[in-house]
Design a protein around this ligand. Structure first.
Ligand SMILES: CC(C)(COP(=O)(O)OP(=O)(O)OC[C@H]1O[C@@H](n2cnc3c(N)ncnc32)[C@H](O)[C@@H]1OP(=O)(O)O)[C@@H](O)C(=O)NCCC(=O)NCCS
Length: 219
């Protein structure tokens, strides 16, 4: 039996951002530009649908920011090349896709992530979580490990346009505020060069199936 689609990000995105969500199953490749279709020419069906959902949703979000529809291509590093007027982010998993955009003058950057709400496999826990985070998960609930993972993915997406480098999961610590649906982000770069420590903000929400995180950098 099909489950009804539940929005997760409207309540947690920053006020300046426009958000759009859908089930990737409902995404049609007919809505893609030829240059976008070329990017997924050799991809399997699932990947094609998720890519299409991201583009459809990004155009809705950008449209609400006053940006005319245009191809949204990924660069060689796989990061989307957003039009100059906006910052944005895309995430998808089986059953849920999200895109958000905000006028570039209102936010420095955006990152979002959607994940299935389930515990991380045991073997990846230590690779993703710092000792303090591991202690928090052990004392609360195992799926919070996945929530911390998602928060780190959102941090990565928000910082990437500036850093342009891989960020190790142990360079970022997430301090969940379960009562407020927020998290504090602590940056621990070995070279001391991860930027925006004081301007990063993070929020999360969840339902029975999925969890979502948003990170933004204030201007
Ligand atoms: C890029 C990455 C964050 C994507 O996350 P994911 O959970 O695999 O997939 P999601 O569906 O959430 O996000 C995929 C979308 O992110 C966007 N994306 C890809 N690379 C990106 C980057 N470097 N920066 C910002 N956005 C990026 C794309 O829009 C992509 O969708 P598309 O290919 O359909 O356009 C992840 O694969 C990755 O490489 N992580 C690196 C390490 C990391 O996260 N460190 C965390 C410590 S801070």
């Amino acid at each position: 039996m099909a489950t009804s689609f539940e929005h997760l990000f409207d309540s947690i995105a920053p006020p300046a951002a426009e958000v759009a969500e859908m089930d990737p199953e409902d995404a049609s490749e007919n809505e893609l530009y030829s240059s976008e279709l070329a990017q997924i020419a050799s991809a399997i069906a699932t990947r094609r649908r998720e890519y299409a959902a991201g583009r459809i949703l990004a155009r809705v979000a950008m449209g609400r920011c006053g940006v005319a529809a245009t191809p949204l291509l990924n660069g060689p590093d796989r990061a989307p090349i957003w039009p100059a007027a906006v910052v944005g982010s895309i995430s998808h998993t089986a059953g849920h896709a999200v895109a958000m955009a905000a006028p570039r003058g209102d936010l420095k950057a955006l990152g979002c992530d959607i994940e299935v709400r389930a515990a991380l496999p045991d073997r990846v826990d230590k690779r993703i979580l710092l000792p303090r985070e591991q202690g928090f998960v052990a004392a609360t609930s195992r799926w919070y490990g996945r929530l911390i993972f998602s928060a780190k993915e959102s941090v990565y997406k928000s910082l990437y346009p500036t850093t342009k480098r891989f960020i190790n999961f142990h360079e970022v610590e997430i301090d969940l505020d379960l009562d407020r649906g927020k998290f504090v982000i602590n940056l621990y770069s070995k070279d001391g060069k991860l930027p925006y420590q004081d301007r990063l903000r993070g929020r999360f929400s969840f339902n029975d199936r999925f969890l979502g995180t948003v990170v933004w950098i204030e201007t």
